[in-house]
Write a protein that binds this ligand. Structure first.
Ligand SMILES: Nc1ncnc2c1ncn2[C@@H]1O[C@H](COP(=O)(O)OP(=O)(O)OP(=O)(O)O)[C@@H](O)[C@H]1O
Ligand SMILES: [Mg+2]
Length: 224
């Protein structure tokens, strides 16, 4: 029988990180995300969860350690540029995600940026908004949306790029129960290879993840 070689989609080896002139945030993180894994990343406020997501995508650079994505070592901005379109990051703060004058432009931005024709990008954006039940927001100014509406538009902006892996940083912040349930349904329909969800919302964690990790004292430990 042929040997099956499992390649991690994301692998962090011995990651250390601290912000300039601040205390250490990550102190020897080892973590991997395999194909098919749906993971919850838990941890108290300030534990370093958001920081970890930013390190995975090269938005921050580790002081020490190795980041490998889709089996390849990522050490330079050029390396990260290649993998970013394949990993969808939902920022914790929607204002970091939304910057266009209208919702439809924000949701079409990713597909356009990836080279899709204008009409196709717009169609995909509309479909994605529709799947989340927020098509009626398409001509609104993102800045003037409510917190929950901004959150949903941010999710649409991520999903419209059809990334293979999702990194969702507190996706239900500001969402009511109905919208939380709808989001769980939409994500279950979405053909992701794997995802990591950061959340303090137990209902979301129960609905979306099969295995949970805790970020505590600068390290990632398994909880289940
Ligand atoms: N740009 C920054 N400059 C300096 N310190 C920062 C910066 N961003 C975050 N920190 C600090 O790094 C630590 C980890 O922050 P991070 O945002 O990763 O935590 P978190 O686990 O995502 O928390 P939360 O659950 O509140 O979102 C915190 O102590 C935070 O104050
Ligand atoms: Mg955070």
């Amino acid at each position: 029988m042929d040997a099956v070689i499992c390649m991690a989609l994301i692998e962090l080896q011995n990651i250390y990180f601290q912000y300039p002139n601040c205390q250490k945030v990550l102190e020897g993180v080892n973590f991997s995300l395999d194909d098919g894994e749906k993971i919850g990343l838990l941890g108290g406020n300030g534990a370093g969860k958001t920081t970890l997501f930013h390190l995975i995508l090269g938005l921050l650079v580790p002081d020490q350690g190795r980041v490998s994505i889709f089996g390849g070592y990522c050490g330079t901005e050029t390396d990260f540029r290649k993998i970013r379109p394949r990993i969808g990051l939902l920022f914790q703060d929607p204002d970091d995600q939304l910057f266009c004058p209208s919702v439809i432009e924000d949701v079409a931005f990713g597909p356009l940026n990836m080279g899709m024709a204008h009409a196709d990008a717009r169609r995909r954006a509309v479909n994605t908004l529709e799947s989340l039940g927020i098509r009626h927001l398409m001509d609104r100014v993102p800045y003037h949306l409510s917190g929950g509406e901004k959150r949903l538009v941010s999710v649409a902006a991520v999903l419209s790029m059809r990334p293979e892996v999702l990194l969702l940083d507190e996706p239900t912040t500001g969402l009511d129960q109905n919208m939380t349930d709808r989001l769980i349904g939409v994500l279950h329909e979405y053909p992701a290879k794997a995802w990591i969800v950061i959340s303090h919302d137990q209902r979301l964690i129960d609905g979306l993840t099969e295995k949970n990790y805790l970020l505590d004292c600068g390290r990632v430990v398994s909880t289940s």
